[in-house]
Design a protein around this ligand. Structure first.
Ligand code: NDP
Length: 450
């Protein structure tokens, strides 16, 4: 008979935590999961899911505008933010119930409240103590906002999902995933949108040409992007706000959103006093088995700040449960993880950027094409697509695939399979295209451009 109340106590019911709890419980492990805020974590509540619903909402304006070219007369359209938020909230509630049902069905004990780790085998929630052989920290991350005068006036992505009303003008500070996604959403909903980014290119870490192409397309649509721009202070001006810029300039708006990264949720619940090691940004340090320096304590997902993506946290959860409880050790391969950005046009990417490939290999060929998608011939929408293959000449291996354009996330998911399977350029060339599609361009690129 074990000395502990549970075999595994999971803190945080986001994507990673829930997957571990359910899978472990399905394998006869006695599991509890504690959550203080909302079942489903960031992804379900203030991330991927409501964001994608907002993306759909924001695309209708272009679609209404496109319709005339195809013979349709569309009546006057109006948009109701309150209605979108209410419908979104209902859907999120439904998903929370699904998570709850799945955890219950698997036999996981759901404990609502903020957990405090008391020692290597004890967690307290609302004054009640639970002992566990192992503890998993899956507490995710939280928006980071740098210190500056006027910080109290700004909102983050967390707030955007519950805004009482849509602003007429917004300033978005940052140039990463969240900044470009929200800029596209808000612009699509009719908000006058300005991005203030401290760097010279959006989406640090992405292929440079993809970033430049996106910035060009977003600018064409009417989004203002101020590069190399630091905001030094935010001031109130009646009902509006003024962002003061480092060069002395100002930008005015009704709302200022910061999308300046996220920090791991690793402090304030007992890990410090236990001596769990954190890195310089507060991420929990783990070994290849997601184990911290305190052997009974594990961590995965955004709190470890590797690749902060829902499917990665889930894959890490599966690997951990397999390792600990199913005798099927396996690990997550962090190479060639595809990712998408739901800006407009969308981005999908997998593998090495051109710059990374040139650093790693002496003989890189680039195949690319930029074109007006068929739909836009009649739609009148001035939006182009860019597709790019990065190939190692000596081995013929395709090591990077990048796309900006409609449906890029859907197309690149399949391309990721090809890359993981080690596809060569000849395999791409011998693959018959699907006509007419944008995706067929990936198998008809014949001439290297550099
Ligand atoms: P990112 O790390 O993607 O981008 C942060 C941006 O803020 C960068 O442009 C960065 O500039 C800038 N920045 C950082 N610190 C400051 C500062 N002090 N002053 C001014 N600018 C600053 O973070 P996000 O918040 O956009 O997203 C967090 C993470 O969430 C992403 O990295 C991703 O892992 C995940 N995510 C994934 C999505 C998806 O899969 N579609 C969607 C949304 C989020 P610089 O480049 O110069 O460092």
């Amino acid at each position: 008979m074990t000395q502990y109340d549970y075999d595994l106590f999971v803190i945080g019911a986001g994507s990673g935590g829930v997957r571990v709890a359910r899978m472990a419980s399905d394998n006869a492990v006695r599991v509890a999961i504690a959550e203080s805020r909302y079942l489903g974590g960031t992804c379900v509540n203030v991330g991927c899911v409501p964001k994608k619903l907002f993306v759909y909402a924001s695309q209708f304006r272009d679609q209404f505008d496109s319709a005339a070219g195809f013979g349709w007369t569309v009546g006057k359209s109006t948009f109701n933010w309150t209605s979108l938020i209410a419908n979104k909230n209902l859907e999120i509630k439904r998903l929370q119930a699904v998570y709850d049902g799945q955890l219950q069905k698997s036999g996981v004990s759901i404990i609502t409240g903020r957990a405090q780790v008391l020692d290597a085998h004890t967690v307290a929630v609302d004054g009640k103590q639970y002992s566990s052989e192992r503890i998993l920290i899956a507490t995710g991350g939280w928006p980071f906002v740098p210190d500056m005068p006027g910080k109290q006036y700004i909102v983050t992505s967390n707030d955007m999902f519950f805004l009482k009303q849509l602003p007429k003008r917004i300033i978005i500070v940052g140039g990463g995933y969240i900044a470009v996604e929200f800029a596209s959403i808000l612009h699509g909903l009719g908000v006058d949108t300005t991005i203030c980014h401290r760097g010279h290119q959006l989406l640090h870490g992405f292929d440079g040409e993809i970033s430049d192409f996106l910035a060009h397309e977003m600018t064409k649509k009417g989004i203002t992007i101020l590069f190399n721009t630091e905001v030094t202070a935010i001031e109130r001006a009646g009902d509006a706000f003024v962002a003061k810029l480092i060069d002395g300039g100002i930008v005015c708006a009704d709302l200022v959103m910061y999308a300046t990264g996220r920090t791991p949720n690793s402090t304030g619940f007992g890990l410090e006093s236990l001596g769990v090691e954190l890195d310089s940004v507060g991420a929990i340090k783990v070994n290849s088995d997601y184990q911290t320096n305190v052997p009974s304590i594990y961590a995965l997902g955004d709190v470890t700040n590797r690749l902060n993506l829902t499917p990665v946290a889930i894959a890490e959860g599966v690997a951990l449960v397999n390792k600990l409880y199913t005798n099927q050790p396996g690990s997550v391969d962090y190479d060639t993880i595809p990712t998408a950005v739901f800006c407009q046009p969308t981005i999908g990417t997998v593998g090495l950027t051109e710059a990374q490939a040139r650093e790693k290999y002496p003989d890189i060929d680039i195949y690319k094409t930029s074109f007006t998608p068929m739909k836009n011939t009649l739609s009148g929408i001035d939006e182009k697509t860019l597709m790019k293959l990065v190939v190692v000449r000596s081995t013929d291996r395709v090591v990077g695939i990048h796309m900006v354009g409609a449906d890029a996330p859907e197309i690149i998911q399949g391309m990721a399979v090809a890359i993981r399977a080690g596809a060569t350029k000849s395999v791409f060339d011998s693959t018959i295209g699907i006509h007419p599609s944008a995706a067929e361009e990936f198998v008809t690129l014949r001439v290297a451009v550099t």
